[in-house]
Design a protein around this ligand. Structure first.
Ligand SMILES: [Zn+2]
Ligand SMILES: [Zn+2]
Length: 177
């Protein structure tokens, strides 16, 4: 049973990739990784960041590779702005049609843009995201391991980040005085 599962997961394995902010050059980089990899290499400055042991299990991630956090959430890989743009375009289009007494056209535009939005939402994949460092993972096999976005957890990490920012830059970056 276990063996069969594993075989299936390897066959369907896709290219896992991570988008993260490189701690060395502070650029947003995107790189592929595999379960056997021991480090992530920044495509810009080529600095290697070691992957914690057992962080990658077959094609899933148990903890963030860019920071040691285990708090990750799943969201739709869908740019929210695009969804809003479609709805606004539909609204404007239907208002114009309404103005010219084109009732059916007006409703048609409204309906089809709403449908387009719903379809886009249905067909886009999921992305796994880290609350702490905002690294994003795509191409994973996201089963039930990861939970959806939780505002409370998000708030906890946001406050932690704010506290760190208040405390000043991390040691090493401090100007010599
Ligand atoms: Zn870098
Ligand atoms: Zn992280």
């Amino acid at each position: 049973m276990m063996d069969a599962d594993r075989r299936v997961s390897f066959r369907t394995a896709v290219c896992m990739n991570i988008t993260y902010i490189c701690p060395a050059c502070e650029q947003t980089v995107r790189t592929h990784f595999a379960a056997s990899d021991e480090a992530l290499t920044c495509g810009r400055c080529e600095v290697e960041m070691s992957i914690p042991p057992q962080a990658v299990e077959s094609e899933n991630v148990t903890r963030c590779l860019a920071c040691p956090s285990t708090e990750l959430f799943v969201r739709k890989d869908f740019p929210q702005r695009l969804g809003v743009t479609i709805i606004v375009a539909g609204f404007v289009g239907s208002t114009i049609a309404w103005y010219y007494y084109q009732l059916y056209l007006s409703l048609g535009i409204l309906f089809s843009t709403a449908l387009l939005d719903a379809l886009l939402f249905l067909f886009v994949g999921n992305v796994l995201s880290c609350y702490r460092c905002h690294a994003e993972y795509r191409g994973l096999n996201l089963q039930e391991r990861h939970k959806p976005f939780d505002l409370e957890t998000h708030e906890r990490f946001r406050q932690e980040a704010a506290r760190l920012a208040e405390a000043g830059p991390p040691t090493g970056d401090q100007p010599a005085s």
